[in-house]
Design a binder for this molecule. Sequence first.
Ligand code: SF4
Ligand code: SF4
Length: 206
Amino acid sequence: MNNRNWLEYLVKEIHTCVVATVDDDGLPVTAAIDMMDCDENSLYFLTAKGKGFFDRLKKQGYIALTGIKGESTMTSVAVSVRGKVREIGYDLIPKLFDKNPYMKEIYPTEESRKALTAFQIYEGRGEWFDLSKKPIERASFTFGEAERKEEGYFITDACIGCETCGSVCPQSCIDFSNIPAVIGQDHCLRCGNCAEVCPVGAVERR
Ligand code: SF4
Ligand code: SF4
């Protein structure tokens, strides 16, 4: 999947996400916000200018969100994104309403829509996490100008191939066919068990 696929999944399959911003005391505040459109490198949503959410977005220019699709934990896919956000303004509102016609029930008149403004998440990082697969599947992605970073647990050349880590790995996602052993990043829970038990400290967290 490419960037657009991950972002489109958020817009079309999940749609309503829990988003987090930070208040003036540095404390987290969450809200349920619909992701209304996307392109290759952006997500778009709207809010009303009278809301505290609007003020927090303008002050911090940063947002984190998670959306989940599934009927139960073990059938769910979760997508999380964190990144920079900026106000686009009213110009995008008619297009967002055309793509999301249910909004016309909430803001029925042109006049009432004047309270709204659109925002763009234009740069950030994302995580895909699919608990419906065995072993679990995960992937990371970046969009906009965000720098790609390697994250997770990795086995270094210090590995002696003792396979102790394999006995505590809940996803059996460590390959011992070579030394150093290799963690299958697409299936790793990042629980840290392997790092805890490794007798030579060969597992490092990045
Ligand atoms: S972090 Fe957890 S899931 Fe990932 S390889 Fe280590 S033990 Fe396995
Ligand atoms: S426990 Fe450490 S040394 Fe043993 S196989 Fe795993 S990473 Fe290598």
